[in-house]
Write a protein that binds this ligand. Structure first.
Ligand SMILES: Cc1ncc(C[n+]2csc(CCOP(=O)(O)OP(=O)(O)O)c2C)c(N)n1
Ligand SMILES: [Mg+2]
Length: 370
């Protein structure tokens, strides 16, 4: 297969292409479907909360669920993941409790980052999920570096880094792939090509025929996959992971999909694009996988209704808890940076505690820091 062909397993009518199906047990297939649905429902709820002014910010991934779930299922728990800000499904797949994702968006006292990180920029080191970097592309070289270390240490794990089509224009994309190619580092470069980088369309991002083809320049295979086909995503990532684990080096994987929603809750895509998103509705990855499961007699309307009800109830319960929780204490603005808090910060902390609740407002004209 060349880096301009597109790998597909499930056709539009839900039937698998002969001989193309990965050999996955029913239990795994249903777990994948559940994770995709949970990702979609969480996104919908969080965007609604933001629109109601109950949380400040959110990044939806509607229509990109197969890219997240299929790729993550192909990796082992020993592998390190470097996520982008648009992959909540990865966290759910790795077993992060949904309460932590919700608490992060509220930035409340239950938030593991104590409201100090940007919303949606989760970090769960114990699940081998590296803290999300907001600057585009910087984590690509981190993943390469970690993979080089894994190789030197003869570690069993590999690394996988998630970025978008816009990320391929960053300097770090080029240096990350170059180093990985030379070092034969065990890393998967997973590019979710949703065809937009905020308001920049893919045709303004690159003059290459595909993103996958760029792998060739760095001495690694590039594969182009239908990113709305969860089994094709799984298959391509599993083959690339096996290859990396064997010592054969990195792979660039381009997952073709479409950003159906806004870039983030702060964005209004009607300002810069027409209604192409509608065309992608009937290529919905969840609908396609559901058809596949139904054709294979693994799924019914009743199971669908029950699953949605159960998942919604779980999300609602966490939202209730998240909203009822208090804010992080003032003290947390000063903790976790210095083992011994320096005198000037201690003084600021003491002033803050003294003024809290006294109606004292900081003077905006006072010398920095206020
Ligand atoms: C170095 C850098 N430049 C610009 C930005 C602003 N920015 C945030 S998201 C984004 C678009 C990224 O698009 P893409 O990589 O396709 O990912 P997607 O949002 O589509 O998932 C940009 C330009 C940034 N965060 N970092
Ligand atoms: Mg994009």
């Amino acid at each position: 297969m060349s880096s301009t062909d597109m790998l597909q397993v499930i056709s539009k009518n839900g039937k698998a292409k002969r001989g193309a199906e990965p050999n996955l047990p029913k239990k795994t297939l249903l777990a994948m479907y559940e994770a995709m649905m949970q990702t979609r429902l969480l996104d919908e709820r969080m965007i609604n909360l933001q629109r109601q002014g109950r949380i400040g910010f959110y990044v939806p991934s509607t229509g990109e669920e197969a890219a997240q779930v299929g790729s993550c299922m192909a990796l082992d728990d020993t592998d390190w993941l470097f996520p982008s800000y648009r992959v909540p499904g990865l966290f759910l797949m790795r077993g992060v409790d949904i309460q932590h994702l919700v608490a992060n968006c509220f930035g409340n006292e239950a938030d593991l980052c104590k409201g100090r990180q940007m919303p949606v920029h989760y970090a769960f080191a114990e699940h081998k999920l590296v803290s999300i970097s907001s600057p585009i592309g910087t984590h690509i070289i981190h993943a390469t570096g970690l993979a080089m270390a894994q190789k030197l240490k003869k570690d069993k794990g590999i690394s996988a880094v998630y970025f978008g089509d816009g990320g391929t224009s960053s300097n770090d994309f080029h240096s990350g792939l170059n180093f990985a190619g030379v070092a034969k580092a065990p890393v998967l470069f997973i590019c979710t090509n949703n065809q937009w980088a905020i308001s920049v369309p893919i045709e303004k991002q690159t003059a290459s025929e595909t993103i996958a083809i760029k792998g060739e320049a760095y001495g690694m295979p590039g594969v182009r996959v239908d990113g709305n086909d969860v089994l094709a995503v799984y298959d391509a990532c599993k083959k690339a992971a096996d290859r990396a684990r064997k010592g054969d080096g990195p792979t660039l994987i381009e997952l073709m999909t479409y950003r159906r929603g806004p870039h983030s809750s702060s964005d209004d895509p009607t300002r810069y694009r027409g209604n192409q998103a509608d065309e992608w509705l009937d290529r919905d990855p969840i609908l396609r996988f559901r058809k596949y499961l139904e054709v294979a007699d693994m799924w019914s309307e009743k199971q669908e209704t029950e699953l949605i009800e159960r998942l919604k109830a779980g999300i609602n319960a966490e939202v209730k808890k998240g909203e009822a929780a208090g804010q992080p204490s003032l003290e947390t603005m000063f903790t976790d940076v210095y083992a011994n808090v320096p005198p000037h910060l201690r003084e600021q902390y003491e002033n803050l505690v003294r003024d809290e609740g006294t109606g004292h407002e900081p003077d905006p004209d006072a010398a920095f820091p206020l």
